[in-house]
Design a binder for this molecule. Structure first.
Ligand SMILES: Cc1cc2nc3c(=O)[nH]c(=O)nc-3n(C[C@H](O)[C@H](O)[C@H](O)COP(=O)(O)O)c2cc1C
Length: 218
């Protein structure tokens, strides 16, 4: 992809995964959404604990389990910070990503210890989901810009057992001819993230280099 040049050749799918903010208002089908979760299922995890949980709401959808048949999607959308609402208004599905904090031995729920990699494994599952999305030319945009406390409350998640990690905005992309130039999020050079034998903190650079650019087409 233009502007995303790797130092070493890597699989094009990895470079094609981005976090676009320009979304189409065309709906993502339930089938497509479930296929993304299917990709996440196959991620690796510590002792195959599979601690990832995805709580989702499709726009314009209620289910028999929805209290009072009220549409849940707007409640998910309301969790977002204003910064994210500015570009995410056309999102087709919103997902709250949760990781289970306990390690259970052989299905025995009476034995448990803290799982040190619950978030790490769930991040891996999100990457599988995002790559599947990229392969299908869908937007999968992770967000930490939302009200975590209200999300715990809305979804009745008990902090003792589960942690809310992030949210995902999932949408169709506009047709190629209407797409703006992709936002290039620069990357740290290889020598500041990979160290042979010893860690040299002076080579790292933790300065944020995120440029938030909103789409101009509405
Ligand atoms: C956990 C996480 C939280 C993020 N939170 C936000 C967010 O709240 N709003 C936003 O616009 N982008 C958010 N991003 C997207 C990042 O800014 C983006 O991934 C980064 O700049 C790299 O760009 P790229 O994904 O296009 O390669 C988040 C990404 C991750 C992984």
């Amino acid at each position: 992809m233009k502007g995303r040049q790797p130092t070493y050749p890597i699989h094009p799918l990895i470079l094609s995964r981005t976090s676009p903010r320009q979304l189409s208002d065309q709906p993502v089908s339930r089938e497509e959404l479930l296929a993304l979760f299917e990709a996440a299922r196959w991620a690796p995890s510590f002792y195959n604990q599979q601690p990832w949980r995805f709580i989702y709401a499709l726009k314009n959808t209620t289910t028999t389990t929805t209290p009072d048949k009220e549409e849940p999607y707007p409640k998910f959308y309301d969790l977002l910070w204003q910064l994210n609402r500015q570009w995410a208004y056309n999102t087709s599905a919103l997902v709250v990503v949760v990781s289970h904090k306990w390690f259970h031995m052989k299905g025995d729920r009476s034995y448990r210890m803290a799982n040190p990699t619950h978030s790490f494994d769930t991040g891996a599952a999100c990457m599988a989901l995002a790559l599947e999305g990229a392969a299908r030319d869908l937007v999968v945009h992770a967000m930490a810009g939302f009200d975590y406390d209200r999300a715990y409350e809305l979804l009745g998640i008990d902090r003792e057992n589960d942690q809310i990690d992030c949210m995902l905005a999932i949408a169709k992309r506009p047709p190629p001819e209407l797409r703006e130039e992709p936002r290039i999020a620069p990357r740290q050079p290889l020598e500041s993230i990979a160290f042979e034998h010893t860690y040299d903190i002076s080579k790292t650079n933790n300065t944020a280099n995120v440029v938030i650019r909103m789409p101009t087409k509405h």
